[in-house]
Ligand binder design. Structure first.
Ligand SMILES: *Cc1c(COP(=O)(O)O)cnc(C)c1O
Length: 239
């Protein structure tokens, strides 16, 4: 077999792939409807029915929750800020440790730092490039509070083993699904398997809004009706 380009062989393709345009008539019509309404996002910065955005944002959250088969969804301005929010929602703070992947975009390691916690790199599995459960377990100590795992390149992480580890050590699981919308692990969409999952809508991801992110969870937040409750972490849309 010819030597792979990765190891110094001649690349089969030298030109970068052309960018496809995924914006069609349906998207243009939807955008015009928003422009005609005069309200671009309708977020209001105080407790109010529009605290988490106007009707279009809420409709999008509801549809995302339905598509991913999870109970709650909240739109954010990026996957990065979504990961920050998840660390906060898991009550992680100074001195705590979060196990993260060394093979991903920087946001995974930075999210714990935002809250004064320490990111601890476990190793990846050499077949899937996702976190290796054995390495996760080897890095757990009394300060560990959560595992921030990444379903990289659309490949789901070995969740059964990681869920068992999390249960044994009482850890939260945050799933970074930036590259894996609708990836399936044993019949379930990733994002709704751990405690909370985050998707990216950045322009170079599968589905995009220019910039954006979606957080999904089965139970880390209350629904909108309880959003004035001090204990509520987020005000989400419900499926
Ligand atoms: C793109 C990406 C992010 C960051 O997403 P943004 O929406 O650009 O903030 C985080 N993690 C992974 C694995 C990504 O691919």
């Amino acid at each position: 077999m010819a030597k792979l380009a990765l190891t110094g062989g001649t690349p089969v393709r030298t030109k970068i792939f052309p960018q496809s345009n995924t914006i069609g008539e349906e998207e243009k019509t939807a955008v015009m409807k928003v422009l005609d309404s005069g309200n671009l996002s309708q977020y209001v910065g105080s407790w109010n029915p529009d605290f988490s955005g106007g009707p279009m944002v809420k409709e999008f959250e509801k549809k995302w929750a339905e598509a991913l088969e999870v109970e709650y969804c909240m739109a954010v301005n990026s996957n990065t800020s979504g990961l920050y929010s998840c660390i906060g929602a898991c009550d992680i703070g100074p001195g705590d440790e979060v196990i993260v992947s060394p093979y991903t975009m920087t946001a995974g390691a930075i999210a714990p730092l935002i809250y004064g916690a320490v990111p601890v790199f476990a190793d990846i599995d050499e077949d899937t490039f996702c976190l290796d459960p054995k390495s996760i377990e080897a890095n757990i100590n009394e300060r560990t509070k959560a595992i921030l795992l990444v379903h990289i390149c659309g490949h789901p992480t070995e969740m059964d083993e990681i869920m068992a580890i999390a249960k044994k050590h009482n850890l939260k699981i945050i799933e970074d699904c930036a590259q894996s919308p609708m990836s399936v692990y044993k019949g379930k969409f990733v994002g709704g398997i751990g405690d909370v999952g985050v998707f990216s809508l950045n322009y170079h991801k599968h589905i995009h809004t220019g910039e954006g992110g979606m957080i999904v969870t089965e139970g880390l937040c209350d629904s909108g009706e309880n959003s004035a409750d001090k204990k509520s972490r987020w005000s989400c849309s419900r499926r």
